[in-house]
Design a protein around this ligand. Structure first.
Ligand SMILES: [Zn+2]
Length: 402
């Protein structure tokens, strides 16, 4: 998730763990510690350049610091800093509460990052497998609004209140202006947040944060619930159905030759602020496993216009992208750059001598994952690699058990 959400969760956890009668210095230390700990796993961004781009970013961000072992090490680093006399004095007698806050804030980072289709691999080194929540979009305005309203109300000064509230309001306005947040969703967010402010205004700061966290958790649980509905819709209107009606949009396979497909993966993500509209990416292979087919689509739940314009079908599929399994396996075996890239790539699309992850763009559009193929011919391989299990080990037959 974005660092605003991580920070707001860290601030809410600080409010929950703070004793009611804490002096100002203790309060400040708890807030700084909560927000820093909730963001600290993203410190891996500092060293992604040790490996050539884009592999360095893909393997090292959400890398070792985003594991249970990694956050244990980060906890030790925080403990070393907090041994400074000034910090110890400000924590005072509330050491147990303070360490509870640090632990909760660090774990919260992994939990929040799990919610997206980007994935985390928390159990390294026991398991290098990626886990995908496939639910909440990486920027979620509902969480900004609810947690931001609580943080603004809890601010100790008028300036703090205006700064926090104003920042979230500007982000919501920007998101709507950039068409990331649909207008009806913005209106609903504003109404619900206004109700929250009116009701939570009478509560203590601690209870306000607790209510905001519970409401946020309920929202996220709701998105995960809707994910199951979206999955059921996809199952009833699979991507192959579109192919057989319209013919596949590629010259490798003719319409008549579309064979039976085996599902490999289904990537799902709710739209920002709108869990009634889902982006989906279906990955299937043909029965003899000569090709894999990736098809992007959208699923409109409950309302026919949940994804914008009104439509008859809940699931709308785009043209499928057909890729050769033999070519992917050959690159995995012979090209050390592609082999490294495949520790991250979940939807590898090879086109124009470059490989991209189709999770992050439409066909023909490059994105932060796009890497030219053939760099191995220079004789140099990328250095300082990780050992994440390739998400597409199923297609690659990579043979890794962890
Ligand atoms: Zn992160």
């Amino acid at each position: 998730m974005d660092n605003l959400t991580h920070s707001l969760v860290g601030a809410a956890l600080a409010e929950l763990t703070l004793p009611a009668d804490a002096p100002r210095a203790t309060r400040r230390t708890f807030f700084v510690a909560g927000i820093v700990a909730a963001n600290l796993p993203d410190a891996d961004l500092v060293y992604t350049r040790i490996t050539a781009p884009p592999v360095g970013y893909l393997l090292h961000h959400r890398g070792h610091t985003h594991t249970l072992a990694g956050i244990a090490v980060l906890g030790v680093a925080i403990a070393a800093v907090c041994a400074l006399p000034a910090i110890r004095a400000s924590v005072g007698a509330w050491r147990n509460r303070f360490w509870l806050l640090i632990a909760l804030a660090l774990v919260s980072h992994l939990v929040l990052d799990f919610w997206n289709s980007y994935g985390v691999h928390p159990f390294w080194p026991l398991s290098s497998r990626w886990f995908y929540g496939d639910a909440v979009y990486i920027l979620e305005p509902w969480l900004w609004a609810l947690l931001g309203a609580a943080a603004a109300l809890n601010a100790q000064s008028r300036v703090g209140r205006v700064l926090v509230g104003g920042f979230v309001a500007v982000l919501l306005a920007l998101g709507t202006w950039m068409h990331v947040i649909p207008w009806p969703a913005l209106a609903l967010i504003l109404v619900v947040t206004a109700c929250f402010v009116a009701l939570a205004g009478r509560l203590t700061a601690q209870r306000r944060s607790a209510v905001a966290l519970v409401l946020s958790a309920l929202y996220v649980a709701g998105v995960f619930g809707m994910r199951q509905v979206a999955k059921a819709e996809v199952a009833s209107t699979p991507a192959e159905q579109r192919d057989s009606e319209q013919g596949v949009g590629h010259d490798v396979v003719s319409h008549a030759a579309v064979p039976i497909r085996r599902p490999v993966d289904l990537v799902l993500s709710a739209q920002a602020a709108n869990p009634l509209c889902w982006s989906v990416l279906s990955i299937t292979t043909d029965a003899p496993a000569t090709m894999y087919v990736m098809t992007r689509g959208t699923v409109a739940l409950i309302l026919p216009n949940a994804c914008g314009t009104s439509r008859e079908r809940r699931v709308a599929w785009e043209s499928p992208q057909i890729q050769s399994i033999a070519r992917l396996r050959a690159l995995y075996a012979n090209d050390c750059w592609v082999r490294a890239w495949l520790q991250f790539g979940r939807a590898p699309e090879i086109r124009d001598n470059a490989i991209s992850d189709l999770r992050y763009s439409g066909p023909d559009r490059s994105n932060f994952t796009t890497m030219p193929i053939g760099q191995w011919s220079s004789g140099a391989c990328p250095r300082y690699l990780t050992d994440w299990r390739p998400p597409r080990a199923d297609i690659l037959q990579a043979g890794q058990s962890r």
